[in-house]
Ligand binder design. Structure first.
Ligand code: ZN
Length: 570
């Protein structure tokens, strides 16, 4: 490719609203161009990088016998309705459109339903399993504000693999294989993301102050998890000998802080009641120590899925609790022994870390003291549902401190299991002739974010310093001088290198050396070869690696072969 024929210009300055380094450099180097409304076009230079990343992903999945498929991005809404995942919360996150045929479609934010529906067609017996299929295509997400260029896109490219298995053990094996393949992809493109525990599996996170996800890391044992599911050890609560329950007047004390102040105790000596409605049908009464907050993600996991919203005062009163003065003490709680009636109470582990708590009395203006679990109240479920705060004690090693950091999530691995297969009829006949749900695993790499993370990790003040594996061009040939001779010599070298199979960018523009070198540094080809009068007088070309300041001579005789060798070495 000749620089002067390239579609897409380099820019001296990036727009002021481009905050991330990767965003600024991708714009300046002419990799991407904004079309407004958070939409970006890939220009030829950027698309070359994206295609090289895709080729690495395809090669790694081919090594696992992965087979490439292509699912439609516009899916009929019925597919999601049948899957049981068509819920208010999810609805809003999908981009809906109504066709002229009156049917509703969604721009896919997720292809699990489509894959399960296909498995229902293609899989009949245990002989058809296991399988690994994948696709590389656009996905869509509803974002409030697009920021950070390649990081928070509404339309983005995902390499998404699906594994289909007979048993949970087979799923575990496939999970480990794809996770290792993703790690090889990262190593090949020059990234070393941290493996982080996430809902349903793992994520790969690159720490960056402007990343969109909050990740927690232990400074001692290496434990890392998404903030919303991270596990901390609750600090010690009040200690002592359990006392008898007593009802005390607490006028005008509607918040935990009011009660603690009024009774002269710390908030960690109180129990807080929080109310949610699950799936628009069931009231969930959450009890947690007063100094902690509820993680809704952990709560959903503890409940086994569904959607949550805050309950209204009327909904709270309907189960016999008094808003502002609520506690599970004295309520009819749904338990294993009493599965039919009663209210669902989820208690955080922290209710066990302490004695003689202050809790509501379900009577306006009154609280109870001396509340002890499980003596005074029951819980349907006891689980860790507390949100983790920065500096909390690690729940894994119990010694280190957890630190919350922002990160860019570039990939994920999830065990979906057989739930969706059951809903959509993806079954196989086992060796005994019995129908079983197909086990599914789901694995993704977000390619634009990956490119952004590569630029964040590989750049300097002058521009991008591409790793050889993903560089848009292996070599840039720059010609300098007023005489046509030098430019002709450069063009001959360019033609020879191309014939040898190298990806070469030729800058034979009529520009000052400073402009051409600045563009070469910005675009970031690993090797720069300059054809100039000064070097030719030494019977040489001037070579320079992008990652180094050192310049070196490449003898003119056999120069092309030497450059091909150098480009392959780095
Ligand atoms: Zn730890």
């Amino acid at each position: 490719m000749r620089f002067q024929e390239l579609f897409g210009r380099t820019l001296r300055e990036a727009p002021a609203d481009a905050e991330l380094t990767s965003h600024r450099l991708a714009l300046r180097a002419g990799l991407i161009r904004p079309l407004g409304g958070g939409a970006y076009a890939w220009l030829p230079l950027g698309l070359r990088v994206l295609r090289r990343v895709e080729a690495i992903v395809r090669a790694e999945l081919a090594g696992l016998n992965g087979q490439e498929i292509l699912l439609p991005g516009l899916l009929p809404a019925e597919l999601l309705q049948e899957s049981g995942r068509w819920q208010p919360g999810l609805n809003e996150a999908l981009l809906k459109c109504q066709n002229r045929d009156g049917r509703h479609y969604v721009l896919a934010a997720d292809f699990q339903e489509a894959l399960a529906a296909m498995a229902a067609h293609e899989i009949e017996s245990y002989r058809d399993l296991p399988r690994l299929v994948y696709q590389i295509r656009s996905q869509y997400q509803d974002v409030a504000r697009s920021r950070g260029g390649l990081i928070g896109l509404r339309e983005f490219t995902v390499a998404e693999a699906y594994s289909l298995e007979r048993t949970p053990a087979e799923l575990d094996a496939a999970y480990d294989d794809v996770l290792a393949a993703w790690q090889r992809v990262f190593a090949r493109v020059g990234l070393h993301p941290l493996l982080v525990e996430a809902p349903g599996g793992h994520e790969f996170a690159v720490f960056h102050p402007q990343g969109e996800e909050a990740v927690v890391r232990c400074d001692r044992c290496g434990y890392a998890a998404r903030l919303e599911i991270a596990q901390a050890r609750p600090s010690a609560g009040p200690s002592g000998t359990p006392e008898a329950l007593a009802k005390v007047a607490t006028p005008d004390c509607k918040t935990i802080e009011d009660v603690a102040r009024y009774l002269g105790v710390e908030t960690r000596q109180t129990l807080k009641a929080v109310f949610f409605v699950r799936d628009e049908t069931e009231l969930v009464f959450v009890v947690i120590r007063g100094d902690l907050e509820v993680s809704e993600t952990k709560l959903i996991q503890a409940l086994g899925g569904g959607t949550l919203r805050a309950a209204s005062e009327a909904e709270i009163r309907a189960v016999g609790a008094e808003p502002g003065y609520a506690s599970p003490v004295g309520l009819s709680v749904r338990t294993v022994d009493q599965p039919g009636g009663g209210v669902t109470v989820v208690a955080d582990e922290s209710v066990r870390a302490g004695v003689n708590f202050v809790a509501g009395a379900n009577d306006a203006g009154f609280h109870l003291t001396g509340v002890n679990y499980p003596r005074d109240f029951a819980a349907t479920t006891l689980a860790d549902i507390a949100a983790v705060a920065d500096g909390a004690t690690c729940g894994r090693c119990g010694a280190g401190a957890l630190h919350v950091e922002q990160a860019i999530v570039v990939g994920y691995c999830r065990r979906s299991g057989g739930r969706l297969s059951e809903r959509l009829g993806a079954q196989f006949l086992d060796e005994g002739g019995k129908a079983q749900p197909v086990m599914m695993g789901c694995y993704g790499l977000m390619l634009e974010r990956l490119v952004a993370a590569i630029i964040e990790a590989h750049h300097d003040a002058a521009g991008i310093v591409w790793p050889r594996s993903v560089a848009p061009f292996a070599v840039e040939v720059v010609t300098l001088g007023k005489e046509p001779l030098y430019h002709e010599q450069g063009r001959a070298l360019y033609a020879e290198l191309k014939r040898a199979g190298l990806e070469v960018l030729l800058d034979d523009r009529d520009e000052r050396p400073g402009v051409k070198f600045a563009d070469a540094d910005l675009v970031g080809a690993p090797l720069r070869v300059t054809v100039s009068q000064r070097a030719l007088e030494r019977n040489a070309l001037e070579g320079k690696w992008r990652h180094s300041e050192e310049r070196f001579d490449i003898p003119l005789a056999g120069a092309a072969a030497a450059i091909v060798r150098l480009a392959g070495e780095e």
